[in-house]
Design a protein around this ligand. Sequence first.
Ligand SMILES: Nc1ncnc2c1ncn2[C@@H]1O[C@H](COP(=O)(O)OP(=O)(O)OP(=O)(O)O)[C@@H](O)[C@H]1O
Ligand SMILES: [Mg+2]
Length: 256
Amino acid sequence: MSSAAPAPAPVVVARDLVKCYAPARRGGAETVVLTGVDLTVDPGEFVAIVGPSGSGKSTLLYCLAGLEPPTRGQVLLLGEDPAKLSRGRLARLRRRDVGFVFQLFNLIPSLSARQNVALPARLSGRRVHSADVTAALAAVGLEDRGSHRPGELSGGQQQRVAIARVLAARPRIVFADEPTGALDGATGTAVLGLLSEAAHSGSAVILVTHDLDAAARADRVIVLRDGAIHGQLHSPTPADVFAAVHAHAASVGAQR
Ligand SMILES: Nc1ncnc2c1ncn2[C@@H]1O[C@H](COP(=O)(O)OP(=O)(O)OP(=O)(O)O)[C@@H](O)[C@H]1O
Ligand SMILES: [Mg+2]
């Protein structure tokens, strides 16, 4: 008899996920963005999604996060189908267990950096420890900007506050769309290090990025092309990721 522990439940599952947008005007063509994506992400996994502009990366992230309903197929987020949850339950699930880092930072303009960082925990009714907020801001190099409001910070600093906010909340899964887009090289590298640490301390991280070096920090890289998974790479080098993104359709897709 085998005594192996059961595999942990995945944090995200997509089954034959199809996403279409209705035509913008009557008689126009529907936009088919995702054409049938199957994907499973386990706890603590650091997964990067790469692919050409317009290939559907952000749309896939929004569908996995329950922010966009799939047209067909199914998503399970932490074991729940977002399409079947009430708005209230979905909002609670997101507040408690999900962190988002988007290109638009979604900081609250009237709150200070410290208050923004503490917000997810406050909203989900958890005690906020001042030391956790300080540590999260220090981790992104903003310990001296805690009292600044977003309008008093640069774009890259706002992005770092958004990342500190995710780290302080210790979610079970982090969705990040181009989190290093507004950062200089050194700060971007520091932020990736933090995301990778978050993954290795138990949060799953799903990162959409154009940055080959960023993608190469992930345990697994998914190459999206025309709304479908075109290949997967395990612990690739930046050169491997480049080759997979730029290779012709016929030559990519091999599972390594
Ligand atoms: N709300 C929408 N309505 C109609 N079409 C949309 C909508 N959102 C996205 N699309 C289309 O879906 C396709 C994929 O968009 P998506 O934002 O997912 O691409 P992406 O891979 O993230 O690209 P990028 O790297 O440029 O951010 C694009 O052709 C886009 O025009
Ligand atoms: Mg995008």
